[in-house]
Design a protein around this ligand. Structure first.
Ligand SMILES: O=C(O)CCC(=O)C(=O)O
Ligand SMILES: [Fe+2]
Length: 337
């Protein structure tokens, strides 16, 4: 089998301390929430001074669309411009406005907050401070979330950005960066996905506008900057990996796109796009639905590591080297012949 670059990169990540290498190569034994609780401890927050959390005005939509209307909206194709495909190829990400109507965003937030509240026994927005909450596989039991996750509108954009005929779901992920939660460490997702392909994209769908103080997802550009940091050793115990990446990007004057997200704006990032997010300095939880898609036909890498998290949950019944096409990885978009 063709061995994937990820494995070379993961190996490069882990060279150095042999004990650490052996350790990181172990599979992740806990759930994905424990993974995120661990992962945000790897972010360097030294420059993030504690501040009073800023108020956020809530979005008012007088007539919320029905769920049927939203499901229809999520089926409607979006006309992706050539210049946006180019931007994605060049920069490894693209931010597109008006992917969702304001009503579909407000309804998404209602549903995500309800699901997070059920799972974490809280009403959010201040109840669960400082944490990064995550909940995946919501699409399996919730028809509305399923419409967002398996959306043809989103799937078609992903296939066109990757320039492939067909994409499958890797997983959905409800992410809530709670008020006061610190930075998301610099990383590229290739470390996290045990997929033997470079045709992977994440649609990061905010469930409210994200002003700069709330910590929008931020991207280093162009895509090729991952080459600058490919020899930095990952360290699962401290913030050194994150800090070193920041230092190198600063030294090399790497441009970082860290602007706010308008309501309905969605970002799409490639598995090798380096990204981070600032802390949430507002009183509102920063709720996002992040769904990852990959080119149909891709295989699982030969040696997934703990940085891939609980991946067997997302591709059940398949092992290293197999084609990733379980019943939990449906095709979300297929080009017509
Ligand atoms: O939401 C965040 O802060 C990080 C999300 C992320 O890294 C991703 O969706 O790939
Ligand atoms: Fe990421």
């Amino acid at each position: 089998m063709k061995k994937k670059d990820t494995q070379r990169h993961s190996a490069a990540l882990l060279v150095g301390d042999n004990a650490l290498q052996a350790d990181v190569n172990q599979p992740w034994e806990q759930d994905n929430q424990a993974w995120w609780d661990w992962y945000v401890t790897l972010a360097d927050n030294i420059e993030e001074q504690p501040v009073e959390l800023a108020p956020v005005s809530s979005v008012q939509v007088t007539d919320l669309p029905s769920d049927e209307a939203i499901i229809e909206e999520l089926r409607t194709p979006f006309r992706l411009l050539k210049k946006d495909r180019k931007k994605f190829q060049q920069n490894g990400f693209v931010k597109l406005k008006k992917i969702l109507t304001p009503g579909a965003v407000v309804r998404l937030r209602q549903e995500l907050v309800r699901l997070l509240g059920e799972s974490f026994k809280s009403s959010l927005d201040g109840d669960v401070r400082d944490r990064f909450l995550s909940l995946e596989m919501a699409w399996l039991n919730n028809p509305l979330i399923k419409a967002y996750v398996l959306s043809e509108r989103i799937g078609k954009i992903c296939a066109e950005l990757l320039n492939v005929d067909s994409v499958r779901l890797y997983h959905d992920n409800i992410l809530s960066k709670e008020p006061g939660c610190g930075r998301t460490p610099w990383h590229y997702d290739d470390h996290h996905f045990p997929l033997a392909t470079d045709d992977v994209v994440t649609a990061w769908i905010p469930a409210q506008p994200i002003p700069v103080e709330m910590g929008p997802l931020s991207f280093a550009k162009p895509l090729s900057v991952y080459e600058l940091v490919k020899d930095i050793e990952f360290n699962k115990f401290d913030t050194s990996y994150d800090r070193k990446i920041s230092e190198i990007f600063k030294e090399r004057n790497v441009a970082v796109e860290d602007r706010a997200f308008d309501i309905g704006e969605v970002s799409f990032h490639h598995n090798r796009s380096f990204h981070t997010a600032a802390s949430n300095k507002t009183v509102q939880s920063r709720v996002v639905l992040a769904s990852t898609y990959f080119a149909d036909g891709a295989r699982i890498v030969d040696e997934p590591t703990m940085v891939s998290g609980d991946w067997e949950k997302f591709i059940p019944g398949a092992g290293p080297g197999d084609i990733a096409a379980s019943e939990l990885n449906p095709i979300c978009w297929q080009a017509k012949d």
